[in-house]
Design a protein around this ligand. Structure first.
Ligand code: ATP
Ligand code: MG
Length: 235
């Protein structure tokens, strides 16, 4: 079942020039979709467009069959989107637990069970729950950021470079956790700088160049594509 369908998105920042030139992204239920591409290709901009932080001049965003193109980011959270931005994705001077509680801002019900689920997924987050998030290692901060986004119980989890600045071991671990999340039926849309490793766990991959889709295929097919390998994966 197609869960996210963002079609032919065109738009830029404010009244500035277009950054996205007809970008299309689709994610099925429980699937991991990965966006790769050179710096400045518009990967983060595409994520922001899906989340409603950009005024689209053309194109639509459908979630679960519903047209949400006109909705604000907060309204999209209510519809089931969770977003971890590339930068400033935690509150460094608040404790880890407070970060999770902040993540649950739209909920009026008891969030304790969800906090326990996050602790189960990321034991390090539990261990550090009373420390300020700013004191944690890069990998642990990213876990807090993902955990915070999970607090709204999203159906689509959007991650912009979740493994930025972490060691290869921590990256593998984080990818394993992301696979675990997807197995619960949550769709994942993720931007990754570690293109090769990310495509290995991707059901679907998008190579974005200058705000448009250059290649779209299964992760495995993109990894096997000689042109993609040569141009975007370092051979
Ligand atoms: N807030 C902003 N206002 C104006 N232009 C912006 C803004 N953010 C990004 N841009 C521009 O949009 C283009 C695409 O940037 P974007 O951050 O989406 O690329 P990216 O693919 O995520 O790059 P990276 O791999 O470095 O994260 C760039 O030319 C950038 O300068
Ligand atoms: Mg980016």
């Amino acid at each position: 079942m197609t869960f996210l369908h963002a079609s032919e998105m065109r738009g830029g920042y404010g009244s500035g020039a277009d950054i996205l030139h007809g970008c299309t992204l689709t994610v099925q239920k429980g699937e991991i979709a990965v966006i790769v591409g050179p710096n400045g290709a518009g990967k983060s901009t595409a994520m922001k467009a899906v989340f409603g932080m950009l005024n689209l001049r053309e194109g639509h965003v459908h979630l679960g069959g519903e047209d949400i193109t006109q909705l604000s980011p907060q309204e999209r959270v209510y519809k089931g989107m969770g977003f971890v931005p590339q930068t400033h994705n935690i509150f460094p001077t608040m404790t880890v637990r407070e970060n999770l509680e902040m993540g649950a801002f739209i909920r009026n019900d008891d969030v304790e069970e969800t906090i326990e689920q996050v602790y189960e997924l990321f034991p390090a987050v539990k261990d550090k729950r009373n420390q300020n998030a700013g004191e944690l290692s890069g990998g642990q901060r990213q876990q807090v950021a993902v955990g915070r986004a999970l607090m709204t119980q999203p159906k689509l989890l959007m991650l912009d470079e979740p493994t930025a600045g972490v060691s290869p071991i921590v990256m593998d671990e984080l990818f394993d956790r992301i696979i675990e999340v997807a197995r619960t039926g949550i769709s994942i849309l993720m931007v990754e700088q570690n293109a090769r490793q990310a495509l290995e766990i991707a059901d679907k991959g998008y190579v974005l160049v200058q705000g448009a889709n250059a290649y779209t295929d299964t992760g495995a097919a993109l990894l096997a594509n000689p042109e993609v390998r040569r141009t975007f994966l370092g051979g």
